[in-house]
Every structure is written in structure tokens, then in C-alpha cells.
Design a protein around this ligand. Structure first.
Ligand code: ATP
Ligand code: MG
Length: 559
């Protein structure tokens, strides 16, 4: 069976353990803070496993907090999907679902506090001017002409901004820090923007919305977060995160720690880009089984355990860890399903076989183990009849030497049944092979015939009792390892035209009536799962989760 894969290093876990060991921290509190502007993807799974996993391992807490400061891009459907995904992965948050917007009143009071202290001001510069005045990495910024506004005027303008008196883009509230700072994030960052939008949580109450930077750390402080874990692109924001904590009467002092984001080859991990695939109709919604979203992976047949295992294998490092091979992800699901998915036979491209030396009404039924290593799985009843199907790919009229499957005059074993020999090939008018006439060697049930080498074992399904199935084979959505590497080019140019191939297949009778979201190994074919939405007991739709070949195990051996 599968071997236990060791967990990869996780520097944050090590650090937290040390802090707990020397009593610096008694109980950790983390949070998972998605912005509800799309569905969660495999990159978020890394963050979820890290935040919830750490809390779980150390007896701490993890909060679920929506970082909802941009009403224009956020929607309730995303909130619902995100909660469902986190729960499906097997995690429970501590306390209620929280929203950064729960703290809008407090944040506004703190903005006024900064104004009173002379540490924030209302700026009338246009967004373009603000950008131009900000300077560059090599040149300092230029102070805005409004930077020296008096406290009273600032307070009044801020209040009028809040009341909705000004147009969008007309004014912003900025922190007054240092226009010459080598860290551009400290060059008087924006705290509030005017937005006359309806917010999914606060309705029309607000006409100004706080920036991410002004919201995140303070929300952490309000909730008593001890470790605020985020991806590396926020490293340069840490001084600002700390500046707010230093300059506001916050109730606690969380610490921001950055880690490397997960990037997978052949995969986009950006909600914005995934949304384009949905909006352009390239995929069948956010949970299309080809999408790297958690809900897409679920529909494809991934299990929560396999995604968690993958995150353990990836580990957590402090520096950019490059592209992770998608073979590692498929290895994680394959090894779970190898142990846990019952077996069945399914023929994707049915080719009819007629057994010529049996009676018209011939029928034998075999009891076959549901799983080779598990006696807790139901025994399958597999019937053999005079007419059956094998896969077209398992027959060749003029086979090369190493082809051990069926060919004229050759023998193969029908899995769990007899050895048969192909005596005759029937073709249609166009020359296409449409039927094989074969004879059964009745002496071969469960044993190989003396003195003959029968190497090939084929899966097959009775033509009388088989169940029709729609089978969808998925492949990577992109043909390039890094579809979005070239900023100027379009990742739409690298779409894989064969990312979905549908078959009218036929499955063994034990598959009849399979409930949605049920997983199987189709012997010799791969791992499959009935589609959560499209599959019904009357019309079964199976999605291929992964093939059988484990390229990751090979890579690991070589490495
Ligand atoms: P996207 O670019 O896809 O929108 P994001 O970082 O803007 O991602 P958020 O909703 O803000 O998405 O992310 C919630 C949490 O998930 C954040 O803490 C973020 O750092 C983390 N996260 C997002 N993408 C990844 C990734 N690829 N690897 C690890 N963590 C990630
Ligand atoms: Mg974001």
C-alpha cells in the first residue's frame, strides 16, 4: 500500500512551538482572511491548512474573517462558497464568521484619532496626481499641497466624506508618515477612499471605505490575533502594519509573519484570472472540475484528506519556493484513492466481443472483491454473458511485438474470468473494426493455461447488464507550465484544447444508481467520481479525478 509521506518543513510551525515552549505565547490565535471576490483556489488551501492547522495542533484558535473592504468586487455568493470550502476541508472556525466591515465604526474612530494627532490628512489630489507625487524606488516623493491642512479642517472634511458629500476620487484620507521613506508603503498611504457603493454587509451606511492596510492589522488587533500569517508580497507592508499598531490605541499587538505563496505549474492561482476564465465561458463556472478552485477540485473527485496531505508535502517556507509540480498534487489524491476507492470495471470506448462457443443465453456471475486489500468493502457481482465489451484501445489488428492485449489469433484473460482467443474480426463498410468473435477456454477460470503465456488481462463489461455512463476525462487547462508568465501575452493563448474529452462509456452493473460524489477506481483506467451536480442515478456522469500513473513517485525516486 502507499507509504506515509513525511511532512515538509514548516518554519512557522517550528517558531510557534518554540514560543509556546518558552512561554512567550500561551495560546495562539490565527485567522484566515479571504476577500470575498472569487472562489478559493489551491493557493488558499495552503493558507487555510497553515492557519487552521496550527490552531488545531496547538490547541489554539483560528478565526474566519472576510476582508471585505471593496464592495465593488465582492458578493454574497463568494462568501457562501468560501465558508463551504473551508468546512469541506474539515476545518471549523472559532466563534462567529467575522467581517472586517464589523470594525468599520471602530476604524473610523481611529482615523479621527490619527487626524487629531496630526498623523492623517484629507488630500484633494486626484488618484493620478497621488501616484505621480509618490516618487519611485530611487526618488523620494513630493508632499501633497494639502499635507499641512489643519486638524479641524481635516476632521470636518473627513466627516463630510463619510456623509457622502463628495464625488468618488475627489478626496482621500492619507496617513501623514514620510514622503521620503525608502519604503513606498510609508509615503503617506491612503486610509480611506470615497465609494458610493452598496456593501453586502453594511448596505448604504458608508460612502468611504478603508484601505486594506488600514483595516487588516487593526482587525487582527481587535480580535486578539497573535500570529497574522500572510504571503510574501506583504513583507514591505509590515512596517506600515506596525506603524498603525504603534500609533493607535489598539487592544493587542499581533505579529505579521510572511510565507511563500504556492504556485503550481500548468495552473493559475489568482482569483482575478480565474474569474476571467469563468466570465469568458472557457470553463463551466467556478467549480468546473478543471478549475484549481477548492470547489472545482471537489467536483473533480479530490478528497479533503488529499488536499491537506498535499499542503503538508509542500510545507511552508520563508522564501519564494518557485513552481510546485502538479504531479505532487495528483500523487496526494492518487494515494488516498488507491487505499480508499472501491474498484469497478468501465469501458470507455466499447468494442463488442461475441463469445462463439457459448450458448445464446450463457451467463456466469463472479463475486469480486470491492477492493484488493479491504474486506470492509462490498463484494461486487460481475456477470459474463455471450456479448460483452472491451476497450477499442485494447485491440490491434496488426500489433507490434510488445502489445500484450487482444489481436487476431491472440489470447488474453478477461479480468476475474476466462482466457479468450480472438478468432475473427468483423468490420463495417468503411473498414472500421466493429466486433470481435472470440472463443472461451473453459479450462482457465482463475488460472493460466499450462504451457501458454497469457500476459494481457483486460477489463470488460457484459453487453446485456452493463450500464451506460457519461465519462469526462480532464487534463490540465493550460499547455504551458506558467500560463501567465509573460505579462504582455494572454494566458488564453495557452489553453489546452483537450482539457475535456467526453465518452459514452459502459460500466459494470454494480455501478447502477451510484449516488453523486462517489469515488471508484475503474480498473486499468483511473480514478473517477460521480459529478456532484450533473450526475443522477438515471444518467450517471463520472469525472476522471486522476489517471493511474504516478509520475511524482518516479520524480521522487530519481531526485
Ligand atoms: P488572489 O490573488 O487569488 O486573489 P489573494 O491573496 O488576493 O489571492 P485573499 O482572498 O486576499 O486572496 O487571500 C486570503 C488568504 O490566502 C491570504 O492570507 C493570502 O495570503 C492567502 N493566499 C492567497 N493566495 C495564496 C497562495 N497562492 N499561496 C498561499 N497563500 C495564499
Ligand atoms: Mg487579495
Amino acid at each position: 500500500m502507499t507509504t506515509e509521506t513525511p511532512k515538509a518543513p514548516n518554519f512557522i510551525r517550528n517558531q510557534v512551538r518554540e514560543e509556546m515552549a518558552d512561554g512567550q505565547v500561551e495560546r495562539i490565535v490565527t485567522r484566515f482572511p479571504p476577500e470575498p471576490n472569487g472562489f478559493l483556489h489551491i493557493g488558499h488551501a495552503k493558507s487555510i491548512c497553515l492557519n487552521f492547522g496550527l490552531a488545531e495542533e496547538t490547541g489554539g484558535q483560528c478565526h474566519m474573517r472576510f476582508d471585505d473592504t471593496n464592495p465593488a468586487k465582492e458578493e454574497q455568493v463568494y462568501i457562501d462558497a468560501i465558508k463551504e470550502d473551508v468546512n469541506w476541508l474539515g476545518y471549523e472556525w472559532t466563534g462567529p464568521v467575522r467581517f472586517a466591515s464589523d470594525y468599520f465604526d471602530q476604524l473610523y474612530v481611529w482615523a479621527q484619532h490619527l487626524v487629531r494627532e496630526g498623523k492623517a490628512y484629507v488630500d484633494d489630489l486626484s488618484p493620478d496626481d497621488i501616484r505621480d507625487y509618490r516618487g519611485t524606488l530611487t526618488e523620494p516623493g513630493t508632499p501633497s499641497p494639502y499635507r499641512e491642512r489643519g486638524v479641524e479642517e481635516n476632521l470636518e472634511l473627513l466627516e463630510r466624506m463619510r456623509q457622502g458629500e463628495f464625488a468618488e476620487g475627489g478626496k482621500v484620507l492619507r496617513a501623514r508618515i514620510d514622503m521620503a521613506s525608502p519604503n513606498i508603503n510609508l509615503r503617506d498611504p491612503i486610509l480611506y477612499r470615497i465609494r458610493h457603493a452598496t456593501h453586502h454587509q453594511t448596505g448604504d451606511k458608508w460612502h468611504i471605505y478603508p484601505s486594506y492596510d488600514f483595516t487588516h492589522g487593526q482587525s487582527d488587533a481587535i480580535e486578539g490575533i497573535t500570529h497574522s500569517l500572510c504571503t510574501l508580497e506583504f513583507e514591505d507592508h509590515r512596517p506600515l502594519y506596525e506603524w498603525f499598531l504603534d500609533n493607535l490605541p489598539v487592544p493587542a499587538r499581533p505579529r505579521q509573519i510572511e510565507f511563500a505563496r504556492l504556485n503550481l505549474n500548468y495552473t493559475l492561482t489568482s482569483k482575478r484570472k480565474l474569474k476571467l476564465l469563468v466570465d469568458e465561458g472557457i470553463v463551466d463556472g467556478w467549480d468546473d472540475p478543471r478549475m484549481p478552485t477548492i470547489s472545482g477540485m471537489r467536483r473533480r473527485g479530490y478528497t479533503p484528506a488529499s488536499i491537506r496531505k498535499f499542503c503538508d508535502m509542500v510545507g511552508v517556507s520563508r522564501s519564494d519556493s518557485g513552481l510546485v509540480d502538479i504531479a505532487m498534487l495528483t500523487h496526494a489524491i492518487r494515494s488516498d484513492l488507491e487505499d480508499n476507492a472501491p474498484r469497478a470495471m468501465c469501458v470507455l470506448r466499447p468494442l463488442k466481443v461475441v463469445l462463439t462457443n457459448v450458448a445464446e443465453d450463457f451467463e456466469e456471475t463472479y463475486d469480486v472483491a470491492g477492493h484488493p486489500a479491504r474486506d470492509d468493502m462490498a463484494v461486487r457481482r460481475v456477470p459474463l454473458t455471450r456479448e460483452l465489451y472491451i476497450d477499442h484501445h485494447d485491440f490491434m489488428e496488426e500489433p507490434p511485438k510488445k502489445f500484450f492485449r487482444l489481436a487476431p489469433g491472440r489470447e488474453v484473460r478477461l479480468r476475474n474470468s476466462y482466457v479468450i482467443r480472438c478468432d475473427e474480426v468483423i468490420k463495417d463498410a468503411s473498414g472500421e473494426v466493429v466486433e470481435l468473435r472470440c472463443s472461451v477456454d473453459f479450462d482457465t477460470l482463475g488460472k493460466n493455461p499450462e504451457g501458454r503465456k497469457v500476459k494481457g488481462v483486460l477489463h470488460w463489461v457484459s453487453a446485456v447488464h452493463g450500464v451506460p455512463l457519461e465519462v469526462r476525462l480532464y487534463d490540465n487547462l493550460f499547455t504551458e507550465e506558467q500560463p501567465d508568465r509573460d505579462r504582455d501575452a494572454d494566458f488564453f493563448d495557452h489553453l489546452n484544447p483537450e482539457s475535456l474529452i467526453t465518452y459514452r462509456a459502459i460500466g459494470e452493473p454494480s455501478l447502477a444508481g451510484t449516488a453523486p460524489e462517489t469515488r471508484f477506481q475503474f480498473e486499468r483506467v483511473g480514478y473517477f467520481c460521480t459529478d456532484r451536480h450533473a450526475s443522477t442515478p438515471e444518467h450517471l456522469v463520472f469525472n476522471r479525478t486522476v489517471g493511474l500513473k504516478d509520475t511524482w513517485a518516479k520524480i521522487r525516486k530519481k531526485g
